[in-house]
Design a protein around this ligand. Structure first.
Ligand SMILES: *[C@@H]1O[C@H](CO)[C@@H](O)[C@H](O)[C@H]1NC(C)=O
Ligand SMILES: *[C@@H]1O[C@H](CO)[C@@H](O)[C@H](O)[C@H]1NC(C)=O
Ligand SMILES: *[C@@H]1O[C@H](CO)[C@@H](O)[C@H](O)[C@H]1NC(C)=O
Length: 217
C-alpha cells in the first residue's frame, strides 16, 4: 500500500470514529427529557437502546407518548441541578424506595423530584466532554443506573445509582443496568448564561475508562 493510501484509510477510519459529534457541556443545558437506555457499556449505547424515560416525579416509565415523559430544566447557575414541574430532583429523598436487593446500594434511595427541596451540588447530574451522546452521570463519575426491571406501560420503576464491589461486580442480580441520556427540547433563552463547569475528565480517543463509579470496599 502506498503511503498516501495508508494515510487516506487512516483518515477515513478516524473520520468514521468522529462521525458522531462529541458532546460538550453545552449539550446538557436548557430544557429536555431524560431518556433511559438499556446499557452496560457507554461505548455501544445509542438512542436506539432507549427503553423508557423519567417522568416528572423522577420515576422510570415506559411512555406511550413522549408527552408522558418529564420535562426537566437544568439550572444554569450553581449547583446546575435538574428540576421538573414537581420540584428539584435528587437521589437523597429518604421517602423513596431503597435498593434493598443490592449488596452495595441497599441504602440508596430512588431518584425523585420533590416540592420545597433546595438542591445541592451533590444532586447534580453531569455529562462528560467527548461522549458520543449526552449521557448523564452522577456522584464520583458513575454513569450507570439500576432498576428492578424495565416497566410496562402504566408502571413506575425506581431508579438508583449503579454500585459495585468485590461482593457484587455487576448489576444487582435480576435487575437491569441502565444509562440516562439528555434529549434537549429547548435552549436556555437568557442572553448572558454562565458556562457550566466540566467534570474533571474528558474522553479522548482510545481512553478506556469504565465510568462505573468507585469500587466500594
Ligand atoms: C436489555 O439488555 C439486556 C442485556 O443486553 C438484554 O438481555 C435485554 O433483552 C434488553 N432488554 C430490552 C427490553 O431491550
Ligand atoms: C402525544 O400527546 C400530545 C399531547 O397530549 C398530542 O398532541 C400528540 O398528538 C400525541 N402523539 C401521539 C403520537 O399520540
Ligand atoms: C431548587 O434548588 C435551587 C438550588 O438550591 C433553589 O435555588 C431553588 O429555590 C429550588 N427550587 C424549589 C422549587 O425548591
Amino acid at each position: 500500500m502506498s503511503l498516501l493510501k495508508v494515510c487516506t484509510s487512516l483518515f477515513f477510519l478516524s473520520s468514521a470514529l468522529h462521525a458522531q459529534a462529541a458532546v460538550t457541556q453545552e449539550d446538557f443545558s436548557g430544557t429536555g427529557h431524560i431518556f433511559v437506555l438499556n446499557s452496560s457499556d457507554w461505548k455501544t449505547a445509542t438512542p436506539n437502546s432507549k427503553v423508557g424515560c423519567l417522568d416528572n416525579d423522577g420515576a422510570f416509565i415506559l411512555e406511550r407518548n413522549l408527552s408522558e415523559c418529564g420535562t426537566f430544566v437544568r439550572l444554569r447557575d450553581y449547583p446546575w441541578t435538574l428540576s421538573s414541574t414537581q420540584g428539584n430532583c435528587t437521589f437523597d429523598n429518604d421517602k423513596t424506595e431503597k435498593n434493598t436487593d443490592s449488596y452495595y446500594g441497599s441504602q440508596d434511595h430512588a431518584w425523585s423530584c420533590i416540592p420545597h427541596y433546595s438542591a445541592i451540588i451533590y444532586d447534580e447530574l453531569y455529562t462528560i466532554d467527548g461522549f458520543p451522546y449526552p449521557f448523564l452521570c452522577s456522584g464520583d463519575i458513575n454513569c450507570y443506573y439500576d432498576a428492578k426491571k424495565i416497566p410496562a406501560h402504566g408502571e413506575k420503576a425506581s431508579l438508583w445509582p449503579f454500585r459495585w464491589g468485590s461482593q457484587q461486580w455487576g448489576i444487582t442480580p435480576g435487575h437491569v443496568m441502565l444509562q440516562l441520556m439528555w434529549q434537549k427540547l429547548d435552549d436556555d433563552k437568557r442572553e448572558e448564561v454562565a458556562k457550566i463547569p466540566s467534570p474533571r475528565i474528558a474522553l479522548k480517543d482510545g481512553l478506556q475508562v469504565p465510568l462505573q463509579g468507585k469500587q466500594i470496599k
